[in-house]
Write a protein of this length. Sequence first.
Length: 216
Amino acid sequence: MAKITLFGATGTIGSRILREALDRGHQVTAVVRDPAGLTADHQNLTVVTGDVLDPASVTGAAKGQDVVVSAVGGGDGPGHIATIAPSARALVAGVRALGTPAPRLISVGGAGSLRTPDGKQVWDAEGLPEFLLQIMHAHGDALDFYRTVTDVDWTNLSPAGTIEPGERTGTYRTDTENLVLDPEGNSRISAEDYAVALVDEIERPQHAGERFTVGF
Protein backbone atom coordinates (compact mmCIF):
# COMPACT_ATOMS: atom_id res chain seq x y z
CA MET A 1 0.00 0.00 0.00
CA ALA A 2 1.36 3.39 -1.01
CA LYS A 3 0.70 6.78 0.53
CA ILE A 4 -0.19 9.04 -2.38
CA THR A 5 -0.68 12.79 -2.53
CA LEU A 6 -2.84 13.71 -5.51
CA PHE A 7 -3.23 17.17 -7.02
CA GLY A 8 -6.02 17.64 -9.58
CA ALA A 9 -8.27 14.97 -8.11
CA THR A 10 -11.48 16.62 -9.34
CA GLY A 11 -10.56 16.65 -13.04
CA THR A 12 -11.42 14.16 -15.75
CA ILE A 13 -8.14 12.26 -15.42
CA GLY A 14 -7.46 13.00 -11.77
CA SER A 15 -10.81 11.61 -10.64
CA ARG A 16 -10.04 8.33 -12.44
CA ILE A 17 -6.59 8.16 -10.85
CA LEU A 18 -8.20 8.76 -7.47
CA ARG A 19 -10.71 5.96 -7.92
CA GLU A 20 -8.14 3.51 -9.31
CA ALA A 21 -5.74 4.13 -6.43
CA LEU A 22 -8.46 3.79 -3.79
CA ASP A 23 -9.84 0.64 -5.40
CA ARG A 24 -6.37 -0.92 -5.13
CA GLY A 25 -6.14 -0.15 -1.43
CA HIS A 26 -3.77 2.81 -1.49
CA GLN A 27 -4.07 5.74 0.89
CA VAL A 28 -4.74 8.96 -0.99
CA THR A 29 -4.50 12.55 0.18
CA ALA A 30 -6.34 14.71 -2.34
CA VAL A 31 -5.13 18.30 -2.38
CA VAL A 32 -7.77 20.72 -3.65
CA ARG A 33 -8.47 24.44 -3.53
CA ASP A 34 -12.05 23.83 -2.42
CA PRO A 35 -12.78 20.61 -0.51
CA ALA A 36 -16.49 21.02 -1.26
CA GLY A 37 -15.72 20.28 -4.91
CA LEU A 38 -14.62 16.71 -4.16
CA THR A 39 -17.58 14.47 -3.40
CA ALA A 40 -15.75 11.12 -3.25
CA ASP A 41 -15.99 9.32 0.08
CA HIS A 42 -13.66 6.48 1.08
CA GLN A 43 -12.01 5.29 4.29
CA ASN A 44 -8.56 5.63 2.67
CA LEU A 45 -9.19 9.16 1.35
CA THR A 46 -8.12 12.35 3.07
CA VAL A 47 -9.03 15.71 1.56
CA VAL A 48 -6.93 18.77 2.35
CA THR A 49 -6.81 22.33 1.08
CA GLY A 50 -3.72 23.31 -0.89
CA ASP A 51 -2.30 25.00 -3.95
CA VAL A 52 -0.20 23.18 -6.57
CA LEU A 53 1.42 26.51 -7.54
CA ASP A 54 2.75 27.07 -4.01
CA PRO A 55 5.94 25.07 -3.26
CA ALA A 56 5.35 25.36 0.50
CA SER A 57 1.86 23.90 0.06
CA VAL A 58 3.32 21.05 -1.99
CA THR A 59 5.92 20.39 0.70
CA GLY A 60 3.29 20.23 3.41
CA ALA A 61 1.07 17.87 1.44
CA ALA A 62 3.96 15.64 0.35
CA LYS A 63 5.63 15.17 3.73
CA GLY A 64 5.60 11.53 4.79
CA GLN A 65 4.15 10.34 1.48
CA ASP A 66 5.53 7.79 -0.96
CA VAL A 67 4.37 9.43 -4.18
CA VAL A 68 3.11 12.82 -5.31
CA VAL A 69 0.86 12.68 -8.38
CA SER A 70 -0.08 15.76 -10.37
CA ALA A 71 -3.11 15.49 -12.66
CA VAL A 72 -3.02 19.22 -13.36
CA GLY A 73 -3.64 19.89 -17.04
CA GLY A 74 -5.44 21.98 -19.61
CA GLY A 75 -8.14 19.54 -20.59
CA ASP A 76 -10.65 20.79 -18.03
CA GLY A 77 -10.88 24.37 -19.27
CA PRO A 78 -8.87 27.31 -20.63
CA GLY A 79 -8.01 28.56 -17.16
CA HIS A 80 -5.93 25.46 -16.46
CA ILE A 81 -3.45 25.92 -19.33
CA ALA A 82 -1.45 28.62 -17.56
CA THR A 83 -0.89 26.33 -14.56
CA ILE A 84 0.76 23.42 -16.39
CA ALA A 85 4.41 24.53 -16.60
CA PRO A 86 4.41 26.65 -13.38
CA SER A 87 2.93 23.75 -11.43
CA ALA A 88 5.77 21.50 -12.61
CA ARG A 89 8.29 23.93 -11.15
CA ALA A 90 6.36 24.30 -7.90
CA LEU A 91 5.97 20.54 -7.53
CA VAL A 92 9.68 19.92 -7.99
CA ALA A 93 10.58 22.74 -5.59
CA GLY A 94 8.12 21.46 -3.01
CA VAL A 95 9.33 17.87 -3.17
CA ARG A 96 12.97 18.96 -3.27
CA ALA A 97 12.51 20.88 -0.02
CA LEU A 98 11.85 17.59 1.78
CA GLY A 99 15.43 16.48 1.21
CA THR A 100 16.30 12.79 1.10
CA PRO A 101 14.40 10.52 1.09
CA ALA A 102 11.66 12.35 -0.77
CA PRO A 103 8.53 11.00 -2.46
CA ARG A 104 8.47 10.20 -6.16
CA LEU A 105 6.78 12.70 -8.44
CA ILE A 106 4.52 11.44 -11.24
CA SER A 107 2.81 13.96 -13.47
CA VAL A 108 0.18 13.79 -16.18
CA GLY A 109 1.74 14.98 -19.42
CA GLY A 110 0.60 15.71 -22.94
CA ALA A 111 0.76 13.93 -26.28
CA GLY A 112 1.89 16.88 -28.39
CA SER A 113 5.63 16.22 -28.20
CA LEU A 114 5.33 12.52 -29.11
CA ARG A 115 6.69 11.35 -32.46
CA THR A 116 4.40 10.17 -35.24
CA PRO A 117 5.38 7.53 -37.85
CA ASP A 118 6.49 10.25 -40.27
CA GLY A 119 9.08 11.48 -37.77
CA LYS A 120 7.24 14.67 -36.89
CA GLN A 121 5.67 15.54 -33.56
CA VAL A 122 1.93 15.42 -32.92
CA TRP A 123 1.71 19.19 -32.56
CA ASP A 124 3.09 19.62 -36.10
CA ALA A 125 -0.12 18.27 -37.65
CA GLU A 126 -2.07 20.73 -39.77
CA GLY A 127 -5.43 22.06 -38.66
CA LEU A 128 -5.06 21.68 -34.90
CA PRO A 129 -7.09 24.29 -32.99
CA GLU A 130 -5.15 26.99 -31.16
CA PHE A 131 -6.55 25.96 -27.78
CA LEU A 132 -5.25 22.42 -28.22
CA LEU A 133 -1.85 23.66 -29.40
CA GLN A 134 -1.56 25.79 -26.30
CA ILE A 135 -2.20 22.78 -24.09
CA MET A 136 0.29 20.65 -26.03
CA HIS A 137 3.08 23.21 -25.86
CA ALA A 138 2.45 23.94 -22.19
CA HIS A 139 2.90 20.24 -21.45
CA GLY A 140 5.99 20.28 -23.68
CA ASP A 141 7.45 23.14 -21.64
CA ALA A 142 6.76 21.22 -18.43
CA LEU A 143 8.46 18.11 -19.83
CA ASP A 144 11.48 20.15 -20.92
CA PHE A 145 11.76 21.39 -17.35
CA TYR A 146 11.44 17.92 -15.83
CA ARG A 147 14.27 16.74 -18.04
CA THR A 148 16.60 19.25 -16.35
CA VAL A 149 15.81 17.82 -12.91
CA THR A 150 18.29 15.30 -11.54
CA ASP A 151 17.68 15.48 -7.78
CA VAL A 152 13.98 14.52 -7.72
CA ASP A 153 12.67 11.12 -8.84
CA TRP A 154 10.17 12.16 -11.50
CA THR A 155 8.08 10.43 -14.17
CA ASN A 156 5.91 12.08 -16.82
CA LEU A 157 3.06 10.07 -18.38
CA SER A 158 1.79 11.20 -21.79
CA PRO A 159 -1.61 9.96 -22.93
CA ALA A 160 -2.47 8.68 -26.38
CA GLY A 161 -3.51 11.11 -29.07
CA THR A 162 -7.12 10.80 -27.89
CA ILE A 163 -8.03 10.33 -24.23
CA GLU A 164 -11.60 10.41 -23.01
CA PRO A 165 -13.85 8.72 -20.45
CA GLY A 166 -14.64 5.15 -21.38
CA GLU A 167 -14.19 1.53 -20.38
CA ARG A 168 -11.62 0.22 -17.93
CA THR A 169 -10.10 -2.77 -19.72
CA GLY A 170 -6.91 -2.95 -17.67
CA THR A 171 -4.84 -3.35 -20.84
CA TYR A 172 -2.57 -0.92 -22.64
CA ARG A 173 0.71 -0.71 -24.55
CA THR A 174 3.60 1.63 -23.79
CA ASP A 175 6.34 3.56 -25.54
CA THR A 176 8.62 6.38 -24.51
CA GLU A 177 8.88 8.91 -27.34
CA ASN A 178 6.55 7.52 -30.01
CA LEU A 179 2.78 7.79 -30.23
CA VAL A 180 1.19 4.39 -29.51
CA LEU A 181 -0.96 3.41 -32.48
CA ASP A 182 -3.45 0.59 -33.05
CA PRO A 183 -3.42 -1.49 -36.27
CA GLU A 184 -5.66 1.08 -37.96
CA GLY A 185 -3.27 3.91 -37.14
CA ASN A 186 -5.40 5.42 -34.37
CA SER A 187 -3.98 6.53 -31.03
CA ARG A 188 -6.41 6.35 -28.15
CA ILE A 189 -6.77 5.43 -24.48
CA SER A 190 -9.66 5.67 -22.06
CA ALA A 191 -9.15 7.89 -19.03
CA GLU A 192 -9.82 4.78 -16.96
CA ASP A 193 -7.00 2.75 -18.55
CA TYR A 194 -4.68 5.74 -18.39
CA ALA A 195 -5.29 5.71 -14.64
CA VAL A 196 -4.53 1.98 -14.56
CA ALA A 197 -1.17 2.64 -16.23
CA LEU A 198 -0.31 5.45 -13.83
CA VAL A 199 -1.13 3.42 -10.72
CA ASP A 200 0.79 0.48 -12.20
CA GLU A 201 3.80 2.82 -12.41
CA ILE A 202 3.33 3.68 -8.74
CA GLU A 203 3.27 0.01 -7.77
CA ARG A 204 5.97 -1.19 -10.16
CA PRO A 205 8.27 1.70 -11.15
CA GLN A 206 9.63 1.33 -14.67
CA HIS A 207 10.18 4.91 -15.88
CA ALA A 208 12.16 6.87 -13.31
CA GLY A 209 13.54 10.10 -14.74
CA GLU A 210 11.75 9.80 -18.07
CA ARG A 211 8.53 10.28 -19.99
CA PHE A 212 6.48 7.35 -21.22
CA THR A 213 3.19 7.06 -23.01
CA VAL A 214 0.29 4.62 -23.20
CA GLY A 215 -2.33 3.58 -25.73
CA PHE A 216 -4.45 0.61 -26.71
